[in-house]
Design a protein around this ligand. Structure first.
Ligand SMILES: *Cc1c(COP(=O)(O)O)cnc(C)c1O
Length: 413
């Protein structure tokens, strides 16, 4: 159904290709192993000569249905799901890079991704963190060993918007694998394929699952990258259609051998959640825009970080690339105000670290998710000690505005 819209395709994807018993939802298949009447069939499944399932760490029908949904959302050729978003990022980088390679990423990165790339450095992979809002900053670091560029669409917590198209053009020119983490925008607001990303990573835990009730991650091959020119594909996987080589290696070396597989029960929960992604996201983005505007106009707030505001440095770029500006914004309170007291004074907003939930959540970033990084690196990332990050949910906008207004007035300097 290529001509139908995002929501229609997503809602009807489980019934594409002959649903079991006429079901509307893909069933949850908890079986770990699969038996065949003819043992030769089992061998053929192992050898990839026959489609089928053998052992749950590598493939499961419920998980496969979710993978197809994600591929459709990202307009990709195939996807692999993992137990978490971090598992997807770890599998992609550990299986497609080796010691001696060079990776370029952004200074403005999800804290755990940043920490994980530091682990890659210990394994002999050189990493440069640059200001990804400028493709020129990436270009300056490209060298013969550079294999991969990894950026996020909207970084958190300060909401820098990467030069996604400029970096895409640069990667194409140098034959570099371009990996974009689309978690903050989700495929409803943006498709990294349009900027030439070869692989797209999504934390399904966040906007796609959307209810904070299941962990999951995915990597999608967009079909934009020519794997035949990528030197790190093992001879074992250089067989048949070269368009499949990259994910084949990630599936075998990453999913099968490292084993961070998504559970079928979680896959079902995430698939159901994904059905309302556009509805939730549009409402959450509208709520975030209203609240960011309220905060920006209030003397209790020193600064608001939200790409939807006209004074955000990449406001124009975000408006051009994304269909809305996201559901996450951060604020610096006016000097002298305590970020814990402010968060505690909000009634609807829960003090919690997740994002992309239906509920509005807030967190003092320097003291929690960016604590391990230390004050110097926080400063380099533009993270102040009193910064609060909000992931706005789908509550009634009037209630959220009233809650923030009340709290802000209390902290008027
Ligand atoms: C949360 C997050 C991740 C990691 O996802 P998990 O499912 O929590 O492992 C990766 N990237 C970004 C941008 C995130 O916000």
């Amino acid at each position: 159904m290529p001509s139908k819209g995002f929501t229609t395709r997503n809602l009807h994807s489980d019934r594409a290709g002959g649903p079991e018993h006429g079901v509307l939802h893909k069933p949850v298949h908890p079986s770990v192993a699969y038996a065949y009447d003819d043992a030769r069939e089992l061998a053929e499944v192992f050898q990839g000569k026959r489609q089928g399932y053998a052992y749950g760490r590598q493939a499961n029908p419920t998980v496969a249905a979710l993978q197809q949904r994600i591929s459709a959302m990202e307009d990709g050729r195939a996807s692999i799901a993992f137990a978490t978003g971090m598992a997807a990022i770890a599998a992609v980088t550990l299986t497609l890079l080796k010691a001696g390679d060079h990776l370029i990423s952004s200074t403005f990165l999800f804290g755990n991704s940043n920490s994980f790339f530091r682990t890659l450095e210990r394994l002999g992979i050189a990493v440069d963190f640059v200001d990804a809002t400028r493709a020129g900053a990436v270009a300056e670091k490209v060298r013969p060993e550079t294999r991969l560029v990894f950026v996020e669409t909207i970084a958190n917590p300060v909401a820098q918007v990467a030069d996604l198209e400029g970096i895409g053009a640069l990667c194409r020119k140098h034959g570099l694998l371009y990996v974009v983490d689309n978690t903050m925008t989700s495929p409803h607001l943006y498709r990294p394929k349009t900027a030439g990303a070869g692989l797209v990573v999504n934390s399904l835990t966040k906007c796609i699952g959307g209810h904070g009730n299941a962990l999951g991650g995915a990597v999608t091959d967009t079909g934009c990258f020519d794997w035949s020119g990528f030197p790190n594909i093992l001879d074992l996987y250089r067989k048949g259609d070269s368009g499949e080589w990259g994910l084949l290696q990630v599936r075998k070396k990453g999913l099968r051998d490292m084993g961070a597989s998504l559970a079928p029960e979680a896959a079902h929960t995430l698939a159901v959640g994904s059905e309302t992604l556009p509805l939730r996201m549009d409402r959450a983005c509208a709520n975030a825009m209203a609240l960011a505007g309220l905060c920006a106009a209030h003397p209790a707030v020193a600064k608001v970080y939200y790409p939807g505001l006209p004074d955000h440095p990449q406001h124009q770029r975000a408006g051009k690339l994304f269909s809305a500006f996201g559901a996450v914004f951060s604020i610096d309170l006016a000097p002298g105000s305590d970020c814990f007291d402010f968060l505690n004074s909000l009634e609807i907003v829960l003090s919690s670290s997740n994002l992309g939930d239906t509920r509005s959540l807030g967190i003092p970033v320097a003291h929690t998710i960016y604590f391990e990084m230390g004050p110097e690196r926080r400063k380099a990332m533009g993270i102040g000690e009193s910064m609060l990050r909000f992931s706005i949910g789908i509550e009634d906008q009037a209630d959220l505005l009233a809650d923030f207004s009340r709290a802000l007035d209390r902290f008027r300097p």
